[in-house]
Structures are given as C-alpha cells and as structure tokens.
Design a protein around this ligand. Structure first.
Ligand code: SAM
Length: 203
C-alpha cells in the first residue's frame, strides 16, 4: 500500500510543540494531533499500512504517540514496536491500550491478530526492571522503559461495571497483586485490557 501524506509533515514536526501522533486513529479527530490510519477517512492526515512501519516519520521526531485498540490488529508487532521507539524523542512517550487475552469480546472481532498479557511489554525491558516473574528479552534488541502499566476492568453491564471498578483499584494497587490476578483469577474476572505508557530505554 502506498503512503499518502495529506499535510505538510515536515512543517508540522518543526512547529508543533509537543508533536503528538495518533496511530490507528479511526474516526476520532483531535486538534493538533497528526492522525495515521490505513483507512482514508476525512480526519486522517497520513494514510498508510503500519505493517510496513512508520518510514514517513524521521528518527527522534515525536513527543507523544497514542495508539488505542490498534496493536491487536498488527501482524508485524515487533517491527511496529521498533518503529515506535525509533520515532520517539529520547524523552518521548507512547500511550498504548491493548485488549487483555481474557477479554471475552476479543475473539468476536475477526480482524484481531494477537492478544496481550501483563508481561507482553516486559519482553522489551531489561531483566532487572521486569516484574517478579521474569520473561526472556533476548528475542529482540528493542528496549523500553515502562513508566506505568494498568489492568483495565470494564463491563457494559451496570452492576459488573461498579464491581469491576472497585476490583481494578485493588488489583492495580500493587504489582504482586497484578501478577497474582493474571495467574489465578483472570478467567474468573476477565480483564478488558492493558494501558501502558513507555519510553525508549535510556540504558
Ligand atoms: C478498533 S479501531 C480503533 C480506532 C481508535 N484508535 C479508537 O480507539 O477508537 C482500529 C484502527 O486501527 C486501524 N488499523 C488497523 N490495522 C492497521 C494498519 N496495519 N495500518 C494502519 N492502521 C491500521 C484501523 O483502520 C482502525 O481505524
């Protein structure tokens, strides 16, 4: 797929402060945000297939990346992680939301390619900064610093929504509880998704 850039990208990167890019924006439009999507909607500034990376963005040019409910659609996840860390400035941040593997609605969407767990983003983190359960980080040389990670509990049903809100506050209050939850409870009280904020590793 050929990338179509409908804005003066160079001028925006030089003038916007901060430079904010929304990957897989869909129909949302946010003022002062460079929007990227595969579908050529009227609010999209850059139409591209992110399976091929973010080659239209220079290295270290972006302050914030937002990416909500998108990475589960991506086949070439590791390459997109590489691209996100490449285009972020040294202190730039990625704000990501992805569905958790226990989310019962995950499987209904036939365009979903992958799911995520508590540990997925830790595969890109130095061992000494990981959770209690260590995961291999030798699959890749991409390194990130996780600034925050939260399990999100949500339900369309009124009572479940209230209960899950309280449950979420409790589970997210300590990393050990999050690890315990995923191993022992996630199929009893499913998790909606994971909100993670990370930056390229400084190490
Ligand atoms: C579930 S929607 C989420 C939209 C928006 N982020 C939101 O939270 O409402 C997923 C979006 O990712 C886009 N997308 C999926 N795969 C893509 C790809 N390979 N390249 C670019 N955009 C992609 C889709 O077109 C769609 O707009």
């Amino acid at each position: 797929m050929e990338t179509s850039i409908k804005i003066d990208l160079e001028q925006l990167i030089n003038s916007l402060d901060p430079v904010v890019v929304e990957l897989g924006c869909g129909k949302k439009k946010r003022q002062g945000v460079i929007t990227v999507d595969r579908v050529d909607l009227s609010n999209i500034d850059i139409v591209t297939d992110m399976e091929e990376g973010l080659g239209f963005l220079p290295d270290s040019s972006v302050d914030q990346i937002h990416c909500r409910s998108v990475l589960e659609h991506i086949e070439n996840f590791e390459n997109l992680m590489r691209e996100i860390t490449r285009v972020l400035k040294k202190d730039g941040k990625a704000n990501i939301f992805v569905p958790h593997f226990s989310n019962p609605y995950y499987y209904s969407d036939y365009t979903h390619r992958r799911f995520f767990g508590l540990y997925t983003f830790y595969y890109f983190v130095e061992t000494h900064k990981q959770l209690k359960r260590k995961v291999p980080n030798f699959y890749t040389d991409i390194r990130i610093e996780i600034l925050s990670l939260k399990l999100v509990f949500r339900s369309p049903f009124w009572i479940s929504r209230r209960l899950k809100k309280i449950f979420g506050v409790l589970i997210n209050s300590h990393r050990c509880l999050m690890e315990f939850y995923e191993q022992h409870l996630c199929y009893i009280f499913p998790c909606h998704g994971i909100e993670v904020v990370f930056m390229p590793s400084r190490e």
